[in-house]
Design a protein around this ligand. Structure first.
Ligand code: GLY
Length: 371
């Protein structure tokens, strides 16, 4: 099948519609924060953004920061960073070699947003492509759409020349899935709520047995950056919830949930329980909080508290009545101020001109989440 070019994807009408777009101030809320010039560049990410190197010398935040400060487009730099995680077979929460769905198939989600261009793209439940973030960017660059899913997303990637593999499992991810399958099939007849709790317990135990970081239960890397010109972008990419129901999409490909960027205000992205984030559209909430003048830390804490107050089902609460799941936010504003915020103690990655660091998030609750 021939490769597609831009003309195949972008119809004249769509281009005309974009060109004729009415200025935002007429219909939308104008940003209250002006984009400052000369900000200190920074890249923030989930903690796995300063852990995996895919056999090279740099982590995601180091790579993204270097490219960004040498003049690359901010989003290109961030995506080159998360590509390291997507391609690293030992990173089991993102891309190639991540934990598959309940049928043993990897279905990947990703989204990206470009602040200055005010464009976005995403893919959900895409199979066979190691780097869903690059397909998300192609959706942004080459189509008039924001989200392609499943087979449509894969066909789109194939036509653009992306390599499509039959299977993105590694031996390690397949072995862990087989064990999970053997232990959970017998639970199919329990009440749904009991089954869900039992499966989560089994899943986390299997991850510990296989030496898989339990952070990979919800997988995901989010990476956001602002350069010296105040240009802000973000990208999120994930294999989603480990051993999920086939077709389940989390928050990562959904704008406003797993990622939100407003080029004049800031960026926020997330890792952790995607359902909580989808329900509360928390990345959007954080950016809107910053638009009203909140510091990234306060904007994130307010959003995490919103999730906590909207979490009322017993199965989702620990013995203290707090959410029993992890959810973390990585936030930058247009001044280059940044924060990592979490429901329970967690880390985040940051890279500035002083180098890369893994720091503690501001946690709403000081104790670890209970399974
Ligand atoms: N936050 C990743 C997911 O729930 O899929």
């Amino acid at each position: 099948m021939s490769k597609m070019n831009r003309r195949d994807f972008v119809r004249t009408g769509a281009v005309a519609a974009v060109a004729a777009a009415t200025p935002r101030a007429v219909f939308g809320q104008a940003p209250t924060m002006m984009t400052p010039k000369g900000v200190k560049p920074v890249v923030v990410a989930s903690a796995n953004g300063n852990r995996y190197k895919n056999g090279g010398t740099q982590t995601c935040v180091e790579k993204a920061f270097e490219m960004m400060t040498k003049g690359s487009d901010v989003l290109d730099a961030l995506i080159a960073g998360v590509n390291l995680n997507e391609l690293d077979p030992t990173e089991m929460g993102v891309g190639y070699g991540a934990l598959p769905n309940a049928e043993g198939v990897l279905q990947l989600d990703s989204s990206c947003m470009h602040g200055p261009k005010k464009r976005a793209g995403g893919v959900a439940a895409i199979e066979g492509v190691k780097t869903p973030s690059l397909v998300a960017k192609a959706v942004m660059d080459l189509t008039d759409h924001h989200l392609l899913v499943g087979k449509g997303a894969q066909d789109f990637a194939r036509k653009l020349g992306f390599e499509i593999l039959d299977d993105l499992n590694t031996e390690a991810s397949r072995k862990a899935w087989l064990k999970w399958k053997q232990q959970t099939d017998q639970l199919h007849y329990l009440k749904p709520e009991d089954r869900e709790i039992a499966i989560q317990k089994i899943s986390l135990n299997i991850m510990r047995e296989f030496g898989i970081d339990t952070e990979h239960y919800w997988g995901t890397i989010n990476c956001d950056g602002v350069n010296a010109k105040g240009e802000i972008c973000g990208v999120t990419t994930t294999s989603g919830l480990a051993w999920k129901i086939p077709g389940r999409s989390g928050d990562s490909p959904i704008l406003g949930a797993g990622l939100y960027v407003d080029g004049a205000v800031g960026a926020a992205g997330s890792t952790g329980r995607g359902e909580a984030n989808l329900y509360n559209l928390t990345s959007y909430l954080i950016v809107e909080n910053m638009r009203r003048g909140m510091h990234p830390k306060d904007a994130g804490i307010d959003a995490a508290k919103r999730i906590a107050s909207n979490t009322i089902e017993k199965r989702l609460l620990d013995s203290q009545g707090h959410p029993n799941f992890g959810i973390n936010f990585y936030i930058v504003n247009a001044k280059g101020e940044h924060a990592g915020v979490s429901m329970h103690p967690a880390k985040y990655a940051v890279c500035t001109e002083s180098g890369a660091q893994t720091l503690d998030c501001e946690a709403v609750f000081p104790e670890p989440a209970q399974a």
